[in-house]
Ligand binder design. Sequence first.
Ligand code: SF4
Ligand code: SF4
Length: 167
Amino acid sequence: MCGGTASAFHLEEPIMPLVNDIEVPITREELPEGQFLCEYCTAKCCRYYAFPITKPKTWKDFDYIRWFLLHGKAGIFVDDGDWYIQVHADCQHILPDNRCGIYETRPQVCREYTTDDCEYDVDSGHQMIFDTPEQIDEYAEAVLPPKKRAPWQQTRAKQFNLPMAVR
Ligand code: SF4
Ligand code: SF4
């Protein structure tokens, strides 16, 4: 074997541990003392924001949610029965190495967030997630009584139900 130059055939991808089917540089248990999990993360929690919304109860409520989802870059999740909208958008202060560019003046919500239950090694721990308008429609159909037709739709339906004239 010749020495000196590294051939592409000798470069091996590092084997990353799998946790919950997600590849992570190290597991939580492997975190060396004095280091922070965030140092091994791609700033997953800085790439979206979320806020609570009223739990939908009517077709109209669900139609609003469908409208959110039609815009893409948005998702709905449910935790402990509470509903949230999640907007997938990177914070403009994530540095190329995934650190915070405004660490000293970062918002309070960032200060209060901890690694304890964070998404470092999970895609989501949410009770329910809806990413597409079709998913929320399907859910609404399962939990709500059938949609009432608008008056004009009922009139048209009646018209179509009239017996055809026989000559
Ligand atoms: S809190 Fe968790 S998700 Fe956020 S950067 Fe740190 S390890 Fe990643
Ligand atoms: S301000 Fe810093 S900690 Fe907060 S979301 Fe942006 S990059 Fe992350």
